[in-house]
Each structure stands twice: as structure tokens, then as C-alpha cells.
Design a binder for this molecule. Structure first.
Ligand code: GDP
Length: 440
């Protein structure tokens, strides 16, 4: 894979900072350093240089790193400029780079895409990088690092190699079947046994209760209950910021409001919803429709009810799915505020009971996410592995003709190849890398 363009992009965020890093990758990387900060430094050692415009005008005092390919992140010649972190410095250097022939600004994810295309990492490792950058909690960081380290990629590669071996065996048997010296029955038994072993391992990985996806996407907790039960006030108290509008007019939370938080290292998304009641206008009706949609997808519903005196006669309908019942406003001293095992009494105003509620949510999240050592972290992986398992199931269902067995094996190998990115699906790559940041 030979690229002719040389990419450059800031690798650090756009805010004012002590240092800002610009990355350069491609065939002209050495020429860029020679143009802005000659001579070329010793590979992989930082050198202090004055960066200058072609007319000699100084741009900045910077540390320059030169990382010749193929042993670089992208596999190409690369350079890094560690500038002073001012916005004007960065803008001036980016402008100077844009004027160097063959250089162009990088799209989001362009460096990782080149690393992938040059075989420096497989698709699951590239996703691991994206997840590591997006990781907000400790458990997410650990999971992303495991994926970047190749935990999923290695396992998929192992299954794929074993299936390719089986396929080679079947194809050889097909080639020699006319010669009458191949024992078909013996081959079938050995093939089935080895295919079944792989099939069972894939099935075991798939039966992970979606732990990896939950950890990556967050454990969703929907705060539900009638208007004025105290949902918005609780969300604010829990997230310790004014994220939701609190108001004593029923029906003010007309949309769904989300707050991401870190409970014991696990990512939890708290969702405040429009009150569940008969809508008085179209906007509120839409809010209620969204509430029901979020409740249907929730990992946990925290069902709030005001004190007895505030409750209407009809009980809130059972939303289905896992529910935690909470009695709000226990500071008012109305009704029965005793903590029974099924219901946690809280006051968002005084903070009473909030620790107990958080501990209960954290326990549910920990139970759902488990130890977080799942291999599958995205729907994409799950689809590929499920397809592979289905092809193996078909293979194992009967005593197939060798031609059909070969076809099932080929499709199973292909499904694994898609997970690792061996089977290039250009559109999927575009979507995936567009989700990265610029400079990565
Ligand atoms: P929502 O409609 O369920 O989101 O309810 P809000 O959070 O907007 O609260 C409705 C009213 O109840 C507001 O006037 C809040 O100040 C009040 N409220 C909420 N939580 C508490 C609480 O713990 N104690 C008391 N005394 N009032 C509360």
C-alpha cells in the first residue's frame, strides 16, 4: 500500500495548552523536517529545533521527532512537532505545512486508517484505539486496552487459521476424491470434531450477556415515574450539576435528558424522562413517546413515586424489565418513608438515601457488566461471530457433501475475516474511521 500524499494534523486538542503536537505521515515526512527544521534528527530521539518558514522567518522553538517507516505507527515515514501550545503557533505551523508540496490535512482517523491498510494493526485493534481515546471510566479504559492489545483480534485470527486448515483439508479431499484413496467417513468425523470445537468456543464468547457492549456504551438507567415525583431534582443531585431543568410545573421535562457518570469505574448513563401521564399537547406527547422508547431499552428503570399523600390513586404501571423502586421527598415526613427491601426512600433535597440508591444502581451495573473481560465490544463483532457460528451449525447439521462443507467453511472464514478487517468493506471502513478524532 503506497500512499503518495503526506498527511498532517494536530494530534492534541484545540484548547490552549503547554504543548501541542502535530503529526506528519507519508513519503514527504523527511522533506517536511528538512524544510522547516533541518537537519533530519536521529530517528526516535527528540531534538530541539527552531522551526522556520521557507523565507527564514521563525515559527516556534519545538521538539522534533523523526520516526522512519516501516516501524512507525502508520508504517510510513512519520514526524512529530511538539510545539508551544498556543493557538497562533499551531495555526502558523499548520499553514506552513499546507504550503509544502504533497502535504495535505488529515481527515479524522486517517493515520489509524493508514496503519490498518499497512497491516500495522487489524480492525479490532484500530477500534481499541478509538475506544481508548473515548474511555471515560477505569473499566472502559481496561477493556479498550485489552482490545488494542489484540485480545479479540488474536482469538479471531486463531479461529480463522484453524478453519482455513479445515477448508484446505476438504479441498484437498475434493481434488483427490477421484483417486479413491481418501477415506471419506474418517475425514468427516475429524472435520466435524474440529469444526464443533471452534463452533463451541465462538458460542461461548457470544454468550457473554452483552457485557462488553454495555461497558463500552454505558449502563443505561432511566429515571421514570409520574410528573413531580422528583426525577429532575434527583438527576441533578446525583450528577451534582444542573443538567436537567427542575421545576414544580408538571410536564416541564419534555425531552429526554442524559447525564453520563462514573459509578465505581463503570459508565452509567442516567436518563431523565418526561413524566408519564396523559399528555396535554403534542410536544408533551412526543416526550412521553420517547420516555417509553428509552424505558424499553433501559438496563435499569428507577421508578420514582412521591410520598403517599402526593400519589394518585392509580399505581404506576409496571414498565417491565429490571426496576428499582424509590420513594422520593422523604424529608417531607409524609406517608411511610421506612426503607423496606423493595423500596429505597430518598430526599434529593437533604441527600438522605442517595448513597444507598447509588450503591444499588452500582451493584446492578456491576452485575450486568460483570468483570468486564468480554471479548465482544461492538455489535459489529457480534454479527460477524454469529454469522460464523451459523455457517458452522449448517456444516454440522448433517453429513454434507464435501462441496457444501467447503462452501460453509469458506463463508465461516469470510465472516471472521470481516471482524478482523481482512475482507475489506470500504463503506464500513469509512464509517468506522470517521468516528475517530483528527490526528489519530
Ligand atoms: P419531575 O417532574 O419528576 O422531574 O419532578 P421535579 O424534579 O421537577 O420536582 C417536582 C417538585 O418536587 C419540585 O418543586 C421539587 O423542588 C420538589 N422536590 C423534588 N425532590 C424533592 C425532595 O427530595 N424533597 C422535597 N421537599 N421536594 C422535592
Amino acid at each position: 500500500m503506497i500512499e503518495t500524499t503526506t498527511l498532517f494534523a494536530p494530534a492534541t486538542g484545540p484548547a490552549r495548552a503547554a504543548v501541542s503536537v502535530i503529526r506528519i505521515s507519508g513519503p514527504n515526512a523527511a522533506a517536511v523536517i528538512r524544510a522547516l527544521a533541518p537537519p533530519l534528527p536521529v530517528p526516535r530521539r527528540l531534538s530541539l529545533r527552531t522551526l522556520r518558514m521557507p523565507d527564514g522567518d521563525p515559527l516556534d522553538e519545538a521538539l522534533v521527532a523523526w520516526m522512519p517507516g516501516p516501524a512507525s505507527f502508520t508504517g510510513e515515514d512519520m514526524a512529530e512537532l511538539h510545539l508551544h501550545g498556543g493557538l497562533a503557533v499551531r495555526t502558523a505551523v499548520l499553514r506552513a505545512l499546507a504550503e509544502i508540496p504533497g502535504c495535505q490535512p488529515a481527515e479524522p482517523g486517517a493515520f489509524t486508517r493508514r496503519a490498518f491498510l499497512n497491516g500495522r494493526l487489524d480492525l479490532t485493534e484500530a477500534e481499541g484505539i478509538a475506544d481508548l481515546i473515548d474511555a471515560e471510566t477505569e473499566a472502559q479504559r481496561r477493556q479498550a486496552l485489552r482490545q488494542l492489545d489484540g485480545a479479540l483480534g488474536r482469538q479471531v485470527a486463531d479461529w480463522r487459521t484453524r478453519l482455513i486448515d479445515l477448508l484446505a483439508g476438504v479441498e484437498a479431499a475434493l481434488d483427490f476424491s477421484d483417486e479413491g484413496d481418501v477415506d471419506d467417513a474418517a475425514l468427516d468425523a475429524a472435520l466435524s470434531q474440529r469444526a464443533r470445537a471452534i463452533r463451541d468456543q465462538i458460542a461461548a464468547v457470544l454468550a457473554d450477556g452483552h457485557r462488553g457492549e454495555r461497558l463500552r456504551d454505558g449502563f443505561t438507567v432511566v429515571l421514570a415515574g409520574p410528573p413531580n415525583a422528583g426525577k429532575s431534582t434527583l438527576l441533578n443531585a446525583l450528577s451534582r450539576r444542573e443538567a436537567a431543568i427542575v421545576s414544580d410545573l408538571p410536564g416541564t421535562t419534555r425531552d429526554v435528558i442524559e447525564v453520563r457518570c462514573d459509578l465505581g469505574g463503570l459508565p452509567v448513563i442516567l436518563v431523565d424522562t418526561a413524566g408519564l401521564r396523559a399528555a396535554t399537547d403534542a410536544i408533551e406527547a412526543e416526550g412521553i413517546r420517547r420516555t417509553r422508547a428509552r424505558m424499553a431499552q433501559a438496563d435499569l428503570i428507577v421508578m420514582l413515586e412521591g410520598p403517599d399523600a402526593e400519589r394518585d390513586s392509580k399505581p404506576t404501571p409496571d414498565p417491565g424489565g429490571p426496576v428499582l423502586h424509590v420513594r422520593t421527598k422523604c424529608d417531607l415526613g409524609l406517608g411511610d418513608s421506612s426503607n423496606d427491601t423493595d423500596c429505597i426512600a430518598i430526599s434529593a433535597l437533604t441527600g438522605a438515601g442517595l448513597d444507598r440508591l447509588l450503591a444499588a444502581i452500582e451493584a446492578r451495573a456491576a452485575q450486568a457488566i460483570g468483570s468486564g473481560d468480554a471479548l465482544i465490544t461492538r455489535e459489529r463483532h457480534r454479527l460477524g461471530l454469529s454469522r460464523c457460528r451459523d455457517h458452522l451449525d449448517r456444516l454440522l447439521a448433517g453429513a454434507p457433501l464435501p462441496e457444501l462443507a467447503a462452501e460453509d467453511l469458506r463463508l465461516a472464514v469470510r465472516a471472521l475475516g470481516e471482524v478482523a478487517g481482512h475482507v475489506g468493506v470500504e463503506e464500513m471502513l469509512d464509517r468506522l474511521f470517521a468516528g475517530f478524532c483528527i490526528g489519530k
